[in-house]
Design a protein around this ligand. Structure first.
Ligand code: ADP
Length: 474
């Protein structure tokens, strides 16, 4: 139980991790990048604006000769203070040595300020730079009438309003993002539950089946054609097959016991009869021993067939596929079985339409075809006809064995390849089969990657058609 839950938790956990990696983290990263870009954009714009302002000031100072003409200072100082107040920044005017001539704050008047921005503005060109503290320093140079750099205008701006504005947008956006994340997370959880629920059930079903409960089935919803349901249907299918195998195994064992028990009981009865009747004449002894002997033969026949089948199943007998002439294979069979047909006065005919060569295991294939021909002879009454035809196309060889015998009812045809299956009416006849011949033929044909078909009509006859590919691995 714990194992089962562990399995489904792992999938849930994986889905949530995937969601975090593929959904949430990129979403938050994206939002952060958007904010940073927006902030940078505003700061860059502010720098341009401040540079502009500082340049206008520098121009004014140059035109007014303010640095030299002390009389005009008062008016200009007022102007600086006013602009600084309106713009929300500090303006400092220095001479070419960095000595503060006017500070809109009024705190640094007369002090010397040597910062890289002022040096740069005096030596090369105007600068606008963000400081580590976040403040923006903008410095432009003041040029006197002779074109010489006579001082600087320094604007110090604290971008708090930009930060405040960004923070103002950030809050609702983050709230929205978190809200969206929660909604999506709920969906992910519901989705993972809808996936892991059936998966857990499937696991449980598979575990039960593997413990031997072959009647266990996965409830499959016909309407939902998703992959889990498809796996469920496949598992059900597999369980059905296992159930069939299990049932047929049980039948097989009970059939074997039954088939062997019959001759054994006969042997027991026969031997007891002779043992009890010590006075019996020699002829009776011989007759009984003959009967015992034929029962032993029958048991041997059954056991031999069983061994062949079991070996075929286990693929234990080494299979050797060789290029063989099917004409020669079938001629041999016909030659060997002709006396049987002759005994029953059966018209036994063999036609080879073409020369056919195919990759077969000669011994096994001979046994498979012999079973069909033997059956044809066995289940055809005196004076009937059995016909064997060999033909082929580009890919397959076809061997047709037809007879004008007792035939079979339609409903029997699907069962005759089962082990020990014998049709009742033939069971009673003295044909002496084991009910294993067709199983052997069927397994052998499958081993050759072929197929076998049967058509039959009661009291009219039966036709078996065996198809095998000319090349084994086709
Ligand atoms: P068996 O040893 O009894 O012949 P098989 O496996 O060869 O066993 O055949 C299974 C059953 O199929 C037979 O018992 C018989 O009832 C039926 N059968 C097979 N071949 C024919 C045929 N050519 N004509 C009529 N019935 C047949």
């Amino acid at each position: 139980m714990a194992k089962k839950k562990g399995g489904s938790y792992r999938i849930k956990f994986l889905m949530i991790i995937t969601y975090l990696c593929a959904g949430l983290i990129p979403l938050f990263l994206f939002t952060a990048v958007v904010f940073k870009t927006t902030e940078n954009y505003f700061i860059e714009e502010k720098k341009k604006e401040l540079l502009n302002q500082a340049n206008i000031f520098s121009g004014h100072i140059t035109i007014s000769g303010y640095l030299k003409n002390k009389d005009m200072r008062h008016a200009f100082d007022r102007d600086i203070e006013l602009t600084s107040e309106q713009g929300g920044f500090r303006i400092i005017v220095t001479d070419d040595m960095g000595v503060v001539i006017e500070d809109s704050n009024g705190t640094d008047n007369g002090k010397t300020i040597i910062i890289p921005e002022i040096v740069e503005a005096l030596e090369t060109k105007d600068v606008a730079r963000e400081q580590e503290s976040g403040d923006i320093y903008v410095v432009t140079s003041i040029v006197d009438e002779s074109g010489k750099k006579a001082g600087t205008v320094l604007i110090i701006y604290k971008p708090e309003d930009i930060h405040a504005m960004i923070a103002g947008i950030r809050k609702p956006v983050y709230i929205m993002t978190i809200l969206i994340s929660c909604i999506v997370l709920t969906f992910v959880l519901v989705l993972s539950h809808t996936i892991t629920g059936p998966l857990s059930k499937l696991m449980e079903v598979i575990r039960n089946i593997s413990e031997g409960h072959f009647d266990e089935r996965m409830p499959v919803d016909e309407n939902s054609d998703n992959e889990i349901m498809q796996v469920g249907a496949a598992v059900n299918n597999m369980a059905e097959k296992l159930e069939e195998v299990e049932t047929s195994r049980q039948h097989f064992v009970s059939n074997v016991s039954h088939e062997l028990k019959t001759p054994l009981s006969s042997i027991k009865v026969l031997s007891e009869s002779i043992l009890l009747d010590s006075e019996a004449p020699k002829e009776t002894y011989i007759e009984f021993l003959k009967d015992i002997n034929s029962e032993v033969d029958r048991m041997t026949e059954i056991i031999n067939d069983l061994l062949t089948l079991v070996k075929l199943d286990q693929k234990e007998i080494p299979v050797t596929f060789n290029q063989e002439s099917l004409n020669s294979v079938i001629e041999d069979i016909v030659k060997r079985l002709r006396p049987l047909a002759d005994n029953k006065n059966i018209d036994f005919e063999y036609t080879a339409v073409k020369e056919v060569n195919a990759e077969i295991d000669r011994t096994k294939f001979t046994l498979a075809v012999s079973n069909l021909v033997e059956n044809g002879i066995k289940y055809t009454d005196e004076g009937g006809k059995v016909k064997v035809v060999l033909d082929c196309d580009h890919q397959n060889a076809f061997i047709t064995v037809s007879d004008t015998g007792i035939g079979m009812a339609e409903e029997e045809l699907s069962k005759i390849f089962q082990r020990f299956y014998r049709i009742d009416k033939t069971r009673n006849r003295e044909t002496g089969g084991t009910g294993l011949g067709l199983s052997i033929t069927h397994s052998t044909v499958l081993m050759h990657n072929g197929s076998i078909k049967v058509t039959s009509r009661e009291n009219e006859g039966t036709t078996f058609v065996v198809r095998i590919p000319l090349i084994h691995n086709m």
